[in-house]
Design a binder for this molecule. Structure first.
Ligand code: NAD
Length: 355
């Protein structure tokens, strides 16, 4: 099997975590008879410096021609005062829009050796492992009309049927491969748009009779995620609610340096860590590569259909953490502090042991 991957390391620690994760990517691919051809391009501040724009049409075209895109992170002090559309972060929105990425997927999984660093107590957090599907291109963040004047401010929360159906199908398919329980989060007791969301998810559920659907109000979900996170397996929700729920879910399970994500559209897929370019530690080999490596794991699963590879990458991360290896950001228990590259090498070594 052959696949094309576009690499967009970006700025700051983006390049460091990308280098570490790409080594692992090729290593894992070689074990599954998969040949990955990579093309690297600039995005963010480095692209602005070279081309006067944070994202060129050529880079977008490269992404169109790929089976998947891996993104490091963009931004930094140097570009903070640029006009809004020239800032590195503007490239993120433009790329997601160009690729039609309508679903953002964020896992919330706690590794056993990190149970004590969660803000929740051991008995509540241990064993937590769920995924949040957040609608990314619709809802109140994009709805029209919007605006404000001296006397009022207003936004519009609107969902069309196809927008709800396509993310629901994605979430149901993943639920089928997991524990077959899907929680659809809304505010149907107050909002008509949520009543429509709930009705549409119910219709889609007829295609997935083996998956149980639980409807939950968003305020209750926020409470339940911190009260008993183990009850969740797959959550699907709208843009605004997902923005909040996925941040809560990420933070109860670990550090920013460990949170991966995937963004999927009809044709294209982008994988990136949740964290930014961390200019405060850039160039010091201190960056934690786990979020980027776990994003590569999601790529093997969701874009290449190699769920086994994804499970083993995850297991290798878990073993490496159990062995006490830490990057500085997660060294809460006086572990063995290693550099970005060493952490990645240890994960590769452990991957080989469980193969
Ligand atoms: P950040 O995520 O870059 O950093 C926040 C803190 O977490 C910093 O102290 C940093 O050192 C630490 N950190 C983050 N990732 C880490 C890792 N992998 N290993 C070790 N420590 C890590 O957020 P910020 O400081 O608010 O933003 C810095 C720049 O990144 C800004 O320009 C911002 O706009 C940009 N940003 C980009 C993205 C993206 O590219 N998707 C996301 C968020 C922020």
């Amino acid at each position: 099997m052959k696949k094309k991957v576009t690499l967009l390391p970006g700025d700051g620690i983006g390049t460091e975590v990308m280098n570490a994760a790409v080594k692992l990517m090729h290593h894992v691919a070689s074990k599954y008879d998969l040949k990955i051809e990579t093309t690297e391009s600039l995005m963010g501040g480095c692209s602005y410096d070279a081309h006067g724009t944070p994202l060129t049409d050529e880079t977008i075209q490269l992404c169109f021609e790929s089976d998947a895109v891996l993104l490091g992170a963009v931004g930094g002090y140097k570009w903070e005062d640029l006009e809004h559309h020239l800032k590195p972060e503007a490239a993120l929105l433009k790329l997601r829009k160009s690729l039609g990425l309508f679903t953002n997927i964020r896992p919330a999984k706690v590794y056993p050796s990190f149970v004590n660093s969660s803000s929740l107590k051991d008995s509540v957090i241990r064993g937590t492992d769920f995924v949040v599907f957040r609608e990314l291109t619709g809802g109140i963040y994009f709805g029209e009309p919007r605006g404000y004047d001296e006397n009022k401010g207003f936004n519009t929360m609107v969902y069309e049927k196809h927008e709800v159906e396509r993310i629901a199908h994605q979430a149901f398919k993943v639920a089928q491969q997991r524990k077959k329980v899907l929680t659809s989060v809304d505010k149907a007791n107050v909002l008509e748009v949520s009543q429509f969301w709930r009705k549409t998810v119910k219709e889609v559920s007829k295609d997935y009779p083996d998956v149980e659907v639980i409807n939950m109000y968003v305020d209750n979900t926020a409470m339940q995620v911190v009260r008993d996170p183990k009850q969740f397996d797959v959550i699907v929700t709208s843009n605004l609610f997902g923005d909040i729920i996925s941040d809560i879910a990420g933070m109860i399970t670990g550090s920013l340096g460990m949170l991966p994500s995937a963004s999927l559209g009809e044709k294209y897929a982008l994988y990136e860590p949740v964290h930014g370019s961390a200019p405060d530690i850039a160039g010091q080999k201190k960056a934690n590569p786990i979020a980027m490596i776990a994003s590569v794991g999601m790529m093997f699963d969701l874009s290449f259909g190699l769920q086994d590879a994804a499970i083993k990458i995850d297991k290798a991360i878990e073993i490496t953490l159990d062995q006490g290896y830490r990057t500085a950001d997660i060294n809460l228990d006086n572990g063995n502090v290693v550099s970005t590259d060493t952490m990645a090498e240890k994960i590769i070594e452990n991957f080989d042991k469980i193969l």
